[in-house]
Design a protein around this ligand. Structure first.
Ligand SMILES: N[C@@H](CCC(=O)N[C@@H](CS)C(=O)NCC(=O)O)C(=O)O
Length: 206
C-alpha cells in the first residue's frame, strides 16, 4: 500500500495519482496542503523537509518532488510500459518531464496563480497577458514533437506523458486566449480515453 500526501487539486499531486492509477497500485491518499494544512508538523517535516506536496511512502522508501515520484513508481512498477527500458527511448520521455518543470511551468504558474488563486482586484493582468503570449510558442514545441508520434515517448504511453498531460488540462482550462495546437489536441483525446487521466486529472481547476 503506497501512502500519498497531497490534495487532489494540486497539479503535482495529480501526476502521482495518475501514475498509481495507470499502474493499478493500491494507495491511500492523505489530504494535505492548501486548506487542509498539515505540512508544518514535525512528522511531515521528517518525511519531506521542503514541506510541500506530494510526498509518497512505499514500504520504507520516502520520495518527494513530483517528477521523481513518477519516475520512482514507473521504474519500480512499470518497467517496459511507463518506464521505457531502452535508455535512448527513456531519455525522450524523461526530457519532456524536465521540460515541463523548467520551461513550461514558470509561465503556467504566473497565469494560474494570477487568474485562479488571486482575488480579481489584486490580479496583475499585464503579467498574465505577457505569460499567456509566451506560452503559445512554448506549447508549440511539444506540438511539433507530437507531429510523428502518438505519445510523448513514442509509440506507447509512458511516464513522459504524465507531467505535460497534467499541465495541458490546466492550461486548456485557464481563462486566456490560446493558439491552436492541433497535434496536442489530438494527443489530449488519446489521454482522455484513459480512465486514470479522467479520474485524477480532468478535475475542476481550482
Ligand atoms: N517541485 C515540487 C513542487 C511542490 C509544490 O510546490 N507543491 C505545492 C502544491 S502544487 C505545495 O506543496 N504547496 C503548498 C500547499 O499546498 O500548501 C514538486 O514538483 O513536487
Amino acid at each position: 500500500m503506497i501512502k500519498i500526501w497531497g490534495r487532489t487539486n494540486s497539479i503535482n499531486v495529480q501526476k502521482v495519482m495518475w501514475t498509481v492509477g495507470e499502474l493499478g497500485l493500491d494507495f491511500e491518499r492523505i489530504d494535505a496542503g492548501g486548506a487542509f494544512g498539515g505540512l508544518d508538523t514535525p512528522e511531515y517535516g521528517r518525511l519531506n523537509p521542503n514541506r510541500k506536496i506530494p510526498t509518497i511512502l512505499d514500504g520504507t522508501t520516502v520520495v518527494w518532488e513530483s517528477n521523481s515520484c513518477v519516475r520512482y513508481l514507473a521504474a519500480k512498477y512499470g518497467v517496459g510500459s511507463l518506464w521505457p527500458e531502452d535508455p535512448g527511448l527513456r531519455s525522450e520521455a524523461d526530457r519532456w518531464m524536465d521540460w515541463m518543470l523548467t520551461t513550461l511551468m514558470p509561465d503556467m504558474t504566473i497565469v494560474f496563480w494570477q487568474t485562479i488563486r488571486t482575488p480579481p482586484e489584486k490580479r496583475d493582468m499585464a503579467a498574465v497577458a505577457a505569460a499567456a503570449e509566451r506560452l503559445g510558442p512554448i506549447w508549440a514545441l511539444l506540438d511539433g514533437h507530437l507531429a510523428d508520434r502518438p505519445f510523448v515517448g513514442g509509440h506507447g504511453f509512458t511516464m513522459g506523458d504524465i507531467p505535460v498531460g497534467c499541465a495541458w488540462w490546466r492550461y486548456s482550462n485557464l481563462p486566456i486566449d490560446r493558439p491552436p495546437q492541433p497535434r496536442i489536441e489530438a494527443w489530449f483525446e488519446r489521454l482522455a480515453a484513459r480512465p486514470a487521466y479522467r479520474t485524477h486529472v480532468m478535475l475542476p481547476v481550482t
